[in-house]
Design a protein around this ligand. Structure first.
Ligand code: AMP
Ligand code: MG
Length: 405
């Protein structure tokens, strides 16, 4: 279903609104960076030739002419046989081609004794050495993180073109659903899917549109679907199975939503339904909260990432070791919830005790989804398994960074 998704178009935003968006046009450098030759050290700007013979035993003495500091006036050109006091980030005086660091000098009144030879370019950040004017800084599909923002800001670039963020309507179906905070009558449950999916959609960078839940009647589901189709993508939850009150497929048909495929060989999440209305994706996920979450993460999230402009939308599993053996009925790919920890050189995954598709506690604390192959019935402790690191990511009580802090 991924090929059916594509970005929706672009918009221009201020950098302060660009965080985590995907750029829709290449961004090029406006000017050289650094924009001028400047010092990488506190010390003395010199002509390297003048200090070529300097050693600790026989230093070279030079008169100090002027000073250059970051943000200060542009220094006078440096005459031969002289040094200029200079600080990190300050412009190099014309004529100087090297900086001797302060630690290799001794100041003596108006002179400085240089104890270390230098060479042209030493401790100088040359104009354009980081970026030359016109160079491509970001390519279409690159995502904006703090580092990218820093680079664009340093280029005095205020606005960027990014892909539009799709609006994703969430339509929950089920007579039993009540909203958060409402009184629960007998047999009723709180609509958790809409909160979970909203959060998952938001985490990707798309815009969730939470619609009121629809009761299990054809006219009401149809009416709600028509409203939902104002969004760029529609996700329905519940009612896509084969029960008597599963009306979602029929409602799709009545509204003119064309069926694509139904059912995937995956556990949980089997009765997933994919359809389209005028090219607009409409995806039905099962009502079981775990099925809905897993189907979203594994199947829908890559599609939404593609719409957001991500050229690499697929999760990239890592290989991890199973902590305990696991017996299962083969036939479908199984996505198991797990807690992953780093142990020495390995990532170890402990499968959650609760793997039932309706059990919400089975997602608490989960930071890994383990992909168990369809044909395997028995997995041994220590076996390597494909693992999608997820949610909060790996964490631990200690790491080698502790020694630094
Ligand atoms: P369904 O897919 O409609 O057959 O629902 C399967 C199970 O998921 C049933 O136990 C429903 O009560 C439950 N369920 C359906 N929709 C939701 C929802 N929005 N939030 C939480 N649980 C739900
Ligand atoms: Mg239902």
């Amino acid at each position: 279903m991924l090929p059916l998704f594509s970005p929706l178009g672009e918009q221009e935003v201020h950098l302060t609104e660009s965080s985590r968006r995907y750029v829709s046009r290449d961004v090029t450098a406006r000017f050289d960076a650094p924009a001028f030759d400047n010092s990488a050290m506190d010390g003395y700007a010199v002509r390297a030739n003048d200090v070529a013979s300097a050693t600790a035993a026989s230093p070279v003495r030079l008169p100090v002419e002027g000073e250059s500091r970051a943000g200060g006036p542009i220094p006078e050109p440096l005459g031969p046989g002289a040094a200029c006091r200079i600080f990190t980030g300050a412009p190099m005086p014309r004529g100087a081609d090297a900086v001797v660091m302060q630690e290799d000098t001794d100041r003596d009144g108006d002179d400085v004794a240089i104890r270390e030879a230098s060479r042209a370019g030493k401790h100088v950040r040359g104009q354009g050495s980081d970026v030359s004017s016109g160079a491509v800084l970001l390519q279409v599909g690159d995502r904006i993180w703090p580092g990218e923002i820093g680079m664009l800001v340093s280029q005095n670039i205020e606005r960027v073109h990014v892909f539009r963020r799709p609006k994703v309507a969430i339509l929950s179906t089920g007579d039993e659903l009540r909203s958060l905070g409402e009184d629960l009558g007998p047999g009723m449950i709180i609509n958790s899917n809409v909160y979970v999916l909203s959060e998952m959609i938001r985490a990707l960078g798309a815009i969730p549109v939470a619609l009121p839940a629809s009761p299990d009647t054809l006219p009401e589901i149809e009416g709600a679907l028509r409203k939902a189709l104002e969004a760029d993508v529609v996700i329905t939850t519940g009612g896509v199975s084969v029960g008597t009150y599963d009306f979602v497929h029929e409602a799709f048909e009545n509204v003119g939503i064309e069926p694509g495929f139904w059912k995937v060989r995956m556990k949980p999440g089997k009765p997933l339904s994919f359809a389209q209305y005028d090219g607009k994706p409409v995806i039905g996920v099962p009502g079981n909260p775990i099925s809905a979450m897993v189907a979203f993460e594994v199947l829908i999230a890559p599609c939404l990432r593609t719409m957001l402009g991500d050229p690499r939308p697929h999760p990239q599993p890592v290989l991890a070791r199973l902590r305990d053996s696991y017996r299962r009925r083969p036939g479908r790919i199984e996505i198991a919830r797990a807690v992953a920890t780093r142990e020495g050189d390995e990532i170890v995954v402990a499968l959650h005790q609760l793997q039932g598709s309706g059990s919400l506690p089975s997602f608490v604390g989960v930071n890994a989804l383990v992909v168990l192959p369809a044909d395997k019935a028995e997995l041994e402790a220590g076996e390597r398994v494909e693992t999608i690191l997820w949610g909060p990511g790996l964490s631990g009580r200690s790491s080698f960074f502790d020694e630094m802090s």
